[in-house]
Design a protein around this ligand. Structure first.
Ligand code: C5P
Length: 404
């Protein structure tokens, strides 16, 4: 990041305090930071603390004659390598989506010819409000990059999506954006304006407070699909079982443990245009969960199991069925026949079949795509490349569907 110039627009939200840390980290990496504060931002952090950490003066006023003669606002917006908005409040996103320019921050955003990366931060109801949803969809369509928001406790006491990403995640997204790494192998934005739900990882079904039934799914493929869908312009909700992976940039991630929790989170995230069920959901759970740790006795305990809900089939058959429903099939034999049978059995449109033994936990995957029209087998490649190819493929299917 040495020598890269970041124009940092600081919005007015409680998360503004995290931006001080972001500036510090950017400076540590020898990036140069030019901060612009909105009027509201100055209610949350002081000009003095922002100035003390930055290597530039802080800009906060559109109509300063001296600024305009020394460096006009147009120049300010173009001299940067990347424009970052953090926290990106609902108000700033709305202004950006509609092209309003009534203060320095919004004017710079309208005048820039550089990529814009936003880190939204707001109350969960504001994030979920249809007006914000529309603004986010248009911004993604325009090629604005997103990092977060994250799901968690909010300063206002509520819980949900809307927390600004941590400085480390924003820093990683800035590095990606500067590398131009945001649209690898993706011509255009094939999922622009779409809402996508992805499940990923294993589920864990408790037996007692310490033990559970689980499986070896790493979540790599599902997480890569969520990340690729976000890069393809979609608004993505990822519902993930327990994995050791970071939340993908630009994706709202819900963390769950059991299949029942995964189903509830997916249903809460509907409606959507596309559902990709990449999770390895446990087929069974314990009929009862022992309240205390099961003791070692002379006799081995007998586990009674009951069937878990089939999330994919439920979504495919629900009244709020997304236009395109995609399932995975991890098979160890008769890959293609089993994949085609699963299409019908689950009521989905596409099955991505892979060899269970070879794919689980690995960084590479070889998949066969089965639809009612036929099957095609793709060469073995990295899981993030499978994800990008799949997203481009699904984007085309949805386009063709719309054209009919
Ligand atoms: O039936 P099978 O487990 O092979 O189907 C795999 C597909 O179904 C995957 O897409 C998986 O995410 C989904 N699935 C599900 N809920 C279950 C079991 C499987 O969504 N309980």
């Amino acid at each position: 990041m040495k020598g890269k110039r970041i124009l940092l627009v600081i919005g007015g939200g409680i998360a503004a305090y995290k931006v001080l840390e972001l500036i510090r980290r950017l400076r540590e990496q020898d990036a140069s930071v030019c901060p612009v504060m909105t009027k509201a931002a100055r209610e949350f952090v002081t000009l003095l603390s922002v100035a003390a950490l930055s290597d530039s003066r802080v800009f906060d006023n559109l109509f300063s004659l001296t600024d305009e003669t020394e460096i006009g606002h147009i120049e300010l917006s173009r001299a940067a390598d990347l424009v970052v908005v953090a926290p990106a409040t609902a108000d700033l996103l709305a202004k950006l989506a509609h092209g309003l320019a009534d203060d320095l921050a919004s004017t710079l955003l309208l005048a820039t010819d550089k990529k814009i990366l936003v880190a939204p931060a707001m109350n969960v109801r504001m994030w979920e409000n249809p007006a914000t949803r529309r603004n986010v969809a248009s911004l993604r369509h325009d090629g604005v990059l997103f990092v977060g928001p994250e799901v968690g406790d909010m300063a206002c006491g509520e819980y949900g999506a809307g927390r600004m990403s941590e400085p480390a995640a924003i820093l990683a997204a800035i590095e990606d954006a500067l590398r131009g790494d945001t649209r690898i192998a993706l011509p255009g934005q094939p999922l622009a304006g779409r809402r996508v739900i992805v499940t990923s990882g294993p589920t864990r079904e408790p037996i007692d407070p310490l033990r559970y039934l689980g499986n070896a799914s790493s979540g790599k493929q599902g997480h890569a699909i969520a990340a690729a869908a976000a890069r393809a312009g979609a608004e993505v909700v990822l519902v993930s079982g327990p994995v050791a992976l970071p939340d993908p940039a630009g994706v709202v991630t819900h963390h769950v443990t059991t299949a029942a929790e995964m189903l509830a989170a997916v249903e809460a995230a509907l409606p959507a245009d596309l559902f990709v069920a990449a999770a390895a959901v446990a087929d069974w759970r314990g009929a009862e969960v022992a309240p205390q740790k099961l003791k070692k006795g002379a006799q081995a305990p007998v586990l009674r199991l009951v069937k878990n809900p089939d999330i994919l089939a439920r979504v495919a058959q629900s009244p709020a069925r997304p236009r395109l429903v995609v399932g995975f099939a991890a098979e160890t034999e008769n890959l293609i026949d089993n994949a085609r049978a699963k299409l019908a059995a689950k009521g989905c449109d596409v099955i991505v079949a892979n060899d269970a033994g070879e794919a689980v936990g690995q960084d590479e995957n070889q998949v066969t795509i089965a639809t009612r029209g036929g099957t095609e087998t793709w060469p073995r490649m990295r899981k993030d490349h499978v994800a990008l190819k799949l997203v481009a493929y699904l984007g085309k299917l949805m386009e063709a569907d719309r054209a009919q």
